[in-house]
Design a protein around this ligand. Sequence first.
Ligand SMILES: CC(C)(COP(=O)(O)OP(=O)(O)OC[C@H]1O[C@@H](n2cnc3c(N)ncnc32)[C@H](O)[C@@H]1OP(=O)(O)O)[C@@H](O)C(=O)NCCC(=O)NCCS
Length: 193
Amino acid sequence: MDVNVVLQRYPFDVKLEDGSEFTFRPLAKDDKIMLARFFQTISEEDRFYLKENVTAPEVIQGWIDNMDYDRAVPIIAIAGGQIVADATLHRSRAPARRHVGELRVVVHPDYRRVGLGARLIQELIDLGRALELETLFFELVDRREMGAIHAAATAGFEEVAVLRNRVKDVYGSLQDVVVMERGLESDGAYGHF
Ligand SMILES: CC(C)(COP(=O)(O)OP(=O)(O)OC[C@H]1O[C@@H](n2cnc3c(N)ncnc32)[C@H](O)[C@@H]1OP(=O)(O)O)[C@@H](O)C(=O)NCCC(=O)NCCS
């Protein structure tokens, strides 16, 4: 399915088991300031392990200027008029890699452990199915991104590789990166799209 067709389902409201409510929708060009403010709420240590320097104004400006849903689909969760989570499905344009997607998810510290990350990962799984991807993966820093490793495992991702000493932590010590993967083809229908 074409990404622009898939994205027609947004925005919509989501209610979690604890009663908290969020609006999910794709990131838009007008969200620049709100997105920058969101990343300021993430602890320096959590930000340290993300794949991009999300507090550099030019990084967010670059995302907004070069927004291309064929390449990256960023879904944000809004509560109280603010972004409280960002979950993105990244794809390669190369035909040989087009069937694979990488997930990245960040939740505001005040909104963690209530199921929002899990709900967003499920959203990206559904998106991946609708876009006819076959495999999704996370690359997570072992021992430093344990919340994400748990959340990915809960969503059916399995460890498929360990990249030894791939990153340095905030203390300068080498840490492994764990690749966690989940196939989509065996689930049949395209989720709730
Ligand atoms: C990883 C992250 C997105 C999880 O978001 P969240 O909203 O707190 O996750 P949920 O509440 O939906 O939890 C999903 C599962 O993971 C588990 N989990 C979440 N954080 C955990 C933690 N710190 N330790 C252990 N388990 C954790 C939950 O218990 C739940 O499993 P369960 O259903 O079996 O109980 C959030 O911690 C975060 O933004 N971390 C910093 C950014 C990051 O590391 N991103 C990954 C890089 S792509």
